[in-house]
Design a protein around this ligand. Sequence first.
Ligand SMILES: O=C(O)CCC(=O)C(=O)O
Ligand SMILES: [Fe+2]
Length: 314
Amino acid sequence: MNSGIPTVDLSPFFAEGDDEGKRKAIKIIGHACSEYGFFQVVNHGVPVELMKRALALSKTFFDYPTEEKLKSGPVPGTPIPAGYSRQPERSADKNEFFMMFPPGSSFNVYPINPPGFRDVLEEMFSQFVNTGRIIENIIDECLGLPSNLLTEYNDDRKWDLMSAFRYFPATERENTGVADHKDVNCITFVFQDEVGGLEVQKDENWIPVTPVEGTLIVNVGDVIQVLSNDRFKSASHRVVRQARDRHSYAFFYNIGGDKWVEPLPQFTTEIKEAPKYKGFLFKEYLQLRSRNKTQPPTRAEDVISIKHYSIRRQ
Ligand SMILES: O=C(O)CCC(=O)C(=O)O
Ligand SMILES: [Fe+2]
């Protein structure tokens, strides 16, 4: 099925010896990351049955009355809203979500019902971390970096997070599920139910990503764009609401907040190219980005994106 973005079979990375298969996959992913910033994967290691179960359980959860869902709302005073939340009324984004940090994190809040939801969420989280490592190694290869460079740099898994989303049906006047944005993190995984609605911007066009069961959508975020000095792009994407409720999961393979992010020497000094970004502390960027939501600027040009750090040349 033509879903609009390239599809890659990751099975060679789970078997010994298929070097030809690996080379092929690396070639498609390298091309996809520079042209689209997005691709999708099959045979990615996350069990398809687990993904289906996760969607079924989150649908059950989001169908509960609000007061029931709010029992697993964020603990007051925690810096990040783990558990169940709904986008603020004035936000353009119209969705509710359940967010978690790595299993064992003291921020996490889990609902008692539906039974099994917590186990499935925790299992999904660990599976995503494994697939994240594989993609990270592939990105090293695609970019011609020493193997393990990204894994050694990205050695703090505490900042990873996963969300289950429910988007409300479009109305006659509004259809924004998530307004267009670029992800801040390293690598994002998304899967959506059969309703669909995710769209990726390429050049001036919005490409709808057709839902295919068991497929994971992968995109590179701003961190990879900066490290690669724009070799790989963090693409704008959005969710357009449909006639029916739409459910999805997103996993954000992040980096530690204390990491310094700047173009790697392999793409600057070593090849005598100018850096396109100044360096920054990751958590400072996260803070600026979260302000876009908590105190939305009135002028569109004041919304913070990775351009905030770009070095403009005459
Ligand atoms: O729900 C989705 O399909 C994607 C959500 C998304 O882009 C995000 O949360 O950054
Ligand atoms: Fe996103």
